[in-house]
Write a protein that binds this ligand. Sequence first.
Ligand SMILES: *[C@@H]1O[C@H](CO)[C@@H](O)[C@H](O)[C@H]1NC(C)=O
Ligand SMILES: *[C@@H]1O[C@H](CO)[C@@H](O)[C@H](O)[C@H]1NC(C)=O
Ligand SMILES: *[C@@H]1O[C@H](CO)[C@@H](O)[C@H](O)[C@H]1NC(C)=O
Ligand SMILES: *[C@@H]1O[C@H](CO)[C@@H](O)[C@H](O)[C@H]1NC(C)=O
Ligand SMILES: *[C@@H]1O[C@H](CO)[C@@H](O)[C@H](O)[C@H]1NC(C)=O
Ligand SMILES: *[C@@H]1O[C@H](CO)[C@@H](O)[C@H](O)[C@H]1NC(C)=O
Ligand SMILES: *[C@@H]1O[C@H](CO)[C@@H](O)[C@H](O)[C@H]1NC(C)=O
Ligand SMILES: *[C@@H]1O[C@H](CO)[C@@H](O)[C@H](O)[C@H]1NC(C)=O
Ligand SMILES: *[C@@H]1O[C@H](CO)[C@@H](O)[C@H](O)[C@H]1NC(C)=O
Ligand SMILES: *[C@@H]1O[C@H](CO)[C@@H](O)[C@H](O)[C@H]1NC(C)=O
Length: 624
Amino acid sequence: MGFVKRFGSVALLATCATMVSAQTTKKSDDSAPVNATGPYYGPWQVNATIDPKITPNGPLYTGNYVAPTTAKYDYAEVIHKSYLFYHSQRSGKLPYQRLAWRGDSCFKCTGSYGEDLSGGYYEAANTMKWGLPLGFIITQLAFNLWAFPDAYVAINEWNEGLEAVKWGTDYLINAHPQDYIFVGQLGTSAVGTTDVDFGYFGPPEEYEMWVPLGIMHTALYVTPQEPSSEITGESAAAMAAASVLFKDTNPAYAATLLNHSRVLYNFAKTYPGTYNNNTKFALAKEWYPSSQFQDEIAWAAAWLYIATNEKAYLNDSITYYNNQSTQDSWSEYSWDSKGAGLHVLLYHITKDPVYATNAKTYFTQWLPGIGSNQTIRQTPRGLGYYENWGSLSYAANAVFLMLRHAKDLGYTDSYAKTLVNFAIQQINYILGDCGRSWVVGFGENSPLRPYHKSSYNSYIDYPMRGQNQSLVGDDFLNSFTLNRFILYGALEGGPAMDDSYFDDRTNYVYTEVTQDYNAAFTGALAGLVDYYGSKNFQPFSDCGLDLGWGHKNASKPPTWPDDDCYHTCNKNCSTSKKASSMPTGVEASGPGATSTPTSAATSLTQGLTLLSVSMITIALSLLL
Ligand SMILES: *[C@@H]1O[C@H](CO)[C@@H](O)[C@H](O)[C@H]1NC(C)=O
Ligand SMILES: *[C@@H]1O[C@H](CO)[C@@H](O)[C@H](O)[C@H]1NC(C)=O
Ligand SMILES: *[C@@H]1O[C@H](CO)[C@@H](O)[C@H](O)[C@H]1NC(C)=O
Ligand SMILES: *[C@@H]1O[C@H](CO)[C@@H](O)[C@H](O)[C@H]1NC(C)=O
Ligand SMILES: *[C@@H]1O[C@H](CO)[C@@H](O)[C@H](O)[C@H]1NC(C)=O
Ligand SMILES: *[C@@H]1O[C@H](CO)[C@@H](O)[C@H](O)[C@H]1NC(C)=O
Ligand SMILES: *[C@@H]1O[C@H](CO)[C@@H](O)[C@H](O)[C@H]1NC(C)=O
Ligand SMILES: *[C@@H]1O[C@H](CO)[C@@H](O)[C@H](O)[C@H]1NC(C)=O
Ligand SMILES: *[C@@H]1O[C@H](CO)[C@@H](O)[C@H](O)[C@H]1NC(C)=O
Ligand SMILES: *[C@@H]1O[C@H](CO)[C@@H](O)[C@H](O)[C@H]1NC(C)=O
C-alpha cells in the first residue's frame, strides 16, 4: 500500500510538529513493501535517558521452524483478553460495566434522521467511527465465529463472541435510516488545521465536556450522490455474516440483519463509487484511504450467498472477484483489501481449485523455506513483516486465512501442514517467542504504554481533567507514566524491522492499538485452539484479572449469577450450559435494542457522581 493507513493521533498540535513532518515523509517512504535492510521506518521520538530501546532476546529465526506438538501458549486466555479489549472500545450506553474505567459515552450522537448512533466501537485511541474499518472488524468478528465455532463453544467464548458482533451490528442497523442513506462516518477528526477528535486526549465519557472547538460527534452520510461502495459493501458483508450466526438463536434479529444487508448491497452495486472521490470524506481518505471498492462488493455478495444460498449472489461475487481492477487486493488482507479473504471463502463455497490456486499465490508471499517464493520479509526473529504500521496485524490477518484454509484442506494435508506451521510460528512470535509479548496484559514483558487514551486518562482517574487539551496531549504523548489501567488483550502495532521497540506512547506507529488489529488475530487464536484440539484448553475467566474495580474511584462491580463461569472464579459449570454474559438485574438487550437519549442523559449524571458539581453542570448544559 502506498499510503499511511491510519493515524489516530494529534496530527496538528503544535507539540507534535516533528511528528507531523515525519508522518508526511512516511507517506512516500512507506510505498516500498518492506525493507529488511533499513533499521527503522518510524519517526522514533525517543528520550533515550528515560526510554530505552528494547530488543527482545528471543532466538533468531533459523529458517526451519518446527511448531511444537502441544500448544506453547494459552490461546484460550488470549481470546478471552482480546474480547475484553473490545469492551474497552465500546461506545454508547453500556448494559453493564465490564471494566471499572469505561462507562457510558457518546451522549450527543443522534444523526440527522433522529437515529441513535451512540453504539458500536470507537476506533483505536480515539472516539471516531470510520465506516470502512468499523464494518470490517464486525465482518471479521463474525467470520471468526463462523470459521471455528466448535473451538469458541468449547472454551466458552461463543456467547461473548456473539455479543461482540451484536454490539457492532446494532450500530450498523441504526446507521441505516433509509434504504439509500447510510452513516459512513461518525465524528470529526479535525476542522481545517485544528484537531478535534484527534486533539482530544481525555476519556470518551467526557468528550462532550472538553473536546476542542466543542464539536459534537456528527454523522457523514453515504448517499446515491456521494456513494461509497466500500462502506456500504463492507457493512452489508458484516450484517450478512452476522445473520448467519444469529439464524438459530435469534431468527428475528437475523432476518432484520439480512434485510439491511440486501438493501445495502443493492446500494453498493447500484451507486458504485469510492469515498476517496468525495470531498466530504476527505479525512477518511487521509487516514483510511481505500484502494478500491469492487472487492467489498464481491465480499458482501459472498457473505450474502452464505446467508441465503441464493445463486445470484454467488454469481455476483465471482463476477466482481474476477474484475478486481488492481492487484492490490491480492497482496494483503486487511480492513481495506478483501481479495485474499475471497480466495478462501470462494474456495470453501465452490471447491473450485482456481480459488485454492489464488489462495496459494497469496500465501506464497508469506511462506519461508527452501525454494520459496516469499516476497514479504521476515525480521531476524521471524515475524513476517508486511509494513511497519501494524505489522503484527498483517501477519495475524494472513495466518487467520491460512488456518481457515488449512481446515478446509484438512489438517493432515501436507500443504495445510505448511500453513499451520507458519501460523503457529507467527502467533507464537507475538505471544512471546520473540522474547516479549505484544499483547497488553498477557505473557512476559507485555506492553505497559499502549497508545490508547481511555486506559491512560479514564473518567475515574484523569489527573489533568479540565486543562488545555494541548497540555493533556503533551502529557499523554511525552510522559513516561504508565497507562493507569490494564488494556487487556490489545494487540500492539508491532516491532521495527529489527524486532526492536520502545514501550512508549510517542511511537504510536508501533504502540497503537485498534480493533482491526485484534479482529482476525482473535480468529487465528481460535484456529490454533481448533488445530491443537479444544479439549487441551480450559475456558478462561475474569478470575484474578485487574479490571480496575480496586481503584478508589471505581463504582461497584456488576454482580454475576452464581453459575456464571465466564466472569467469576466459579469453575463448576456444566459444559452444556453456556455462561451468562449479563450481570444480575440487567436485561439482555433485544434485537436492535438501543438506548434513548433520555436514558443516556440519566446515566451521565449517575456516571459522573465523582465529579464536582460544576462539572456536572457543564455536562448537563451540553446535553440540554
Ligand atoms: C532500504 O533501507 C536503506 C537504509 O535505510 C535505504 O538506503 C534503502 O534505500 C532502502 N531501500 C528501499 C527499497 O527502500
Ligand atoms: C529526557 O528526560 C529527562 C528525565 O526526565 C529530562 O531531564 C530531559 O530534559 C529529557 N530530555 C529531552 C530532550 O526531552
Ligand atoms: C424483511 O423484508 C421482508 C421483505 O421486504 C419483509 O417482509 C420482512 O418483514 C422483513 N423482516 C424484518 C425482520 O424486517
Ligand atoms: C475517482 O477519481 C479518479 C480520479 O481522481 C477517477 O480516475 C475515477 O474514475 C473516479 N472513480 C469513481 C468511481 O468515480
Ligand atoms: C450471472 O452473471 C452473469 C454476468 O456476469 C449474468 O449474465 C447472469 O445472468 C447471471 N446469472 C444469474 C443467475 O444471476
Ligand atoms: C470492472 O471494473 C472496471 C474498473 O473498476 C469497471 O469500469 C467495470 O465496469 C467493471 N465491470 C463489471 C462487469 O463490473
Ligand atoms: C516458486 O516459484 C517457482 C517458479 O514458479 C516454482 O517452480 C516453485 O515451485 C515455487 N516454490 C514454491 C515453494 O512454491
Ligand atoms: C480519582 O483518583 C485519582 C488518583 O487515585 C485522583 O487523582 C483523581 O482526582 C480522583 N478523582 C477523579 C474524579 O478522577
Ligand atoms: C490551548 O493551548 C494552545 C497552545 O498553547 C493555545 O493555542 C490555545 O489557545 C489554548 N486553548 C485554550 C482554550 O486555552
Ligand atoms: C457443581 O455444580 C453442581 C450443579 O450444577 C452441584 O450439584 C455440585 O455440588 C457443584 N460442585 C461443587 C464442587 O460446587
